[in-house]
Design a protein around this ligand. Structure first.
Ligand code: KG4
Ligand code: ZN
Length: 357
C-alpha cells in the first residue's frame, strides 16, 4: 500500500534539504536552505562553514517541510537520511537530527546513499522499471551506473579527476562571467549555458576528446579545462586584456566548451550502452536512461544525451530541475522505495554508518 509518509533529510554537502512524501511519491511538503551563495565567495565549499550553516538551518528546515505538508512528526512513518557520501561534518548534522527525532518519537530510520537517491528519484516522475542506466553529473559527482534494483547498483564508470559541474564553475570563474550583471547570481554551469546561447560561432574553438581511446566508461575533465585556460590566455594576450575584463569571444568559447563537454559525456554514455548490451544487462523492451545531478539542468547537455540515447533506441529522462540538484525529495523517495521492499528499516543508526566516501 502507498498509505504512508516519509520525512527525508539531506545535509551531505552545502544544501539543507527536507521533504515529506507519501508512498505514491506525492511531495506533500519540502524545504531547501542552499548555502551556495555563501560558498561561492570562498571559491568552493568550506566544510566548517557548511557545518555551521547546517546546524543553524536543520530544525527550521525539518519544521518547514512538516508544516507545509500539514503533518506532525508523530504521524510520519519513518525518517530517511543521507549517511554517505559527503562531507563528514555536514552528514553528521542531518544524521544526528534524524536520530534525535526517531528516538523521541519511536520511528524507524532509513539510511540513504546520496548517489542512489539521485539515481532513483526519476522514478517519481517517469515510468522507469529496473534495470536502467543512470548518468549522474553534478558539482560533486560524475558517474555512470546500471540501476538493477532499489539496493542494487552496478558502477560502470566514474571521473578520474574532477566532476563536470566543478569544472564548469571553475571555467565560469576564470572567464569572469560573474562580472556580467545578468550572470552574477547564477551557478557557473548555468552562466556558461546562457552565454553559449548567445554565441555567433560555436565551432570557433576546438577541444580534444578526453579518453578518446579508452574503451571503458570513465571520464576526465581536467584536460578540457586546461585546454580552455590556454585558449583564454592566448585571446587575452591577443586583445591585451587585464583585470576584470572578459575576452570579446567569451560566448563562442562557452559554446565550444559546452559542445566538448557534451561530446565527452555522450561518448562515455555510448560506451555504457555497448557494455550493458554486450553483457545482456538491459531489457530490450525497456531501454531507459536517466540523467541527473545539477549539470543535467543544462538543456544543451540533456538534449545531447537524448540524441545519443535515441541512436541506440533508448529513451532518456531527467527529473525536474529542482530535483536534479541536491534536495530532500530524493532522500524521502529513497525511503519510500526501501520501505516498500522492507530494506534497511532500522531503529538505530550507529554513527559508524556515516561515511564520507
Ligand atoms: O547537484 P548539485 O546541486 O550539487 C552537487 O554538486 O552535488 O550541482 C551543482 C552543479 C554546479 O557545479 C553548477 O554549476 C551545475 O551543477 N549547474 C549547471 C547548471 N545548473 C547548475 N551546469 C550546467 N548547466 C546548468 N544549467
Ligand atoms: Zn548530489
Amino acid at each position: 500500500s502507498n498509505d504512508f509518509t516519509i520525512l527525508g533529510i539531506e545535509t551531505s554537502c552545502d544544501d539543507t534539504g527536507c521533504a515529506v512524501i507519501d508512498g505514491a511519491g506525492n511531495v506533500l511538503g519540502e524545504s531547501l536552505y542552499s548555502q551556495n551563495a555563501i560558498h561561492v565567495r570562498y571559491g568552493g565549499v568550506n566544510p566548517f562553514i557548511a557545518h555551521e550553516l547546517h546546524r543553524e538551518h536543520i530544525e527550521t528546515a525539518v519544521t518547514e517541510a512538516l508544516s507545509t505538508a500539514k503533518i506532525k512528526i508523530k504521524d510520519i512513518d519513518a525518517v530517511a537520511v543521507t549517511v554517505k557520501p559527503g562531507l563528514l561534518l555536514s552528514l553528521q548534522v542531518g544524521v544526528q537530527y534524524a536520530k534525535y527525532i526517531c528516538m523521541e518519537y519511536n520511528k524507524p530510520i532509513i539510511p540513504v546513499h546520496h548517489m542512489e537517491a539521485h539515481a532513483l528519484v526519476a522514478r517519481i516522475y517517469h515510468n522507469l522499471p529496473f534495470p536502467f542506466i543512470v548518468l549522474l553529473i553534478s558539482g560533486g559527482h560524475c558517474l555512470l551506473c546500471l540501476v538493477q534494483d532499489v539496493n542494487q547498483f552496478f558502477l560502470l564508470g566514474e571521473s578520474l579527476d574532477n566532476a563536470p559541474g566543478e569544472i564548469l564553475d571553475k571555467v565560469a570563474r576564470r572567464m569572469k562571467l560573474k562580472n556580467i550583471k545578468e550572470y552574477s547570481q547564477l551557478a557557473g554551469g548555468k552562466a556558461v549555458e546562457e552565454a553559449a546561447k548567445k554565441a555567433n560561432n560555436s565551432q570557433q574553438f576546438q577541444f580534444p576528446l578526453p579518453l578518446n581511446r579508452n574503451r571503458d566508461c570513465n571520464f576526465s575533465f581536467s584536460g578540457l579545462k586546461d585546454s580552455l585556460v590556454r585558449k583564454l590566455i592566448k585571446k587575452e594576450k591577443e586583445h591585451g586584456i587585464t583585470g576584470d575584463c572578459l575576452i570579446p569571444e567569451y560566448n563562442d568559447l562557452c559554446a565550444s566548451f559546452q559542445i566538448a563537454l557534451a561530446e565527452h559525456l555522450g561518448h562515455r554514455l555510448e560506451r555504457a550502452i555497448i557494455f550493458c548490451e554486450e553483457k545482456n544487462l538491459i531489457n530490450p523492451n525497456n531501454k531507459n536512461i536517466v540523467v541527473s545531478g545539477g549539470v543535467a539542468c543544462n538543456d544543451f547537455i540533456f538534449k545531447s544525451m537524448q540524441f545519443v540515447a535515441g541512436k541506440s533506441g533508448y529513451s532518456c529522462y531527467r527529473p525536474p530541475p529542482k530535483v536534479c540538484t541536491d534536495n530532500g525529495i530524493m532522500i524521502a523517495w529513497n525511503g519510500v522505495e526501501k520501505l516498500k521492499k522492507s530494506y534497511q528499516i532500522q531503529y538505530d543508526l550507529p554513527l559508524s554508518e556515516i561515511d564520507p566516501i
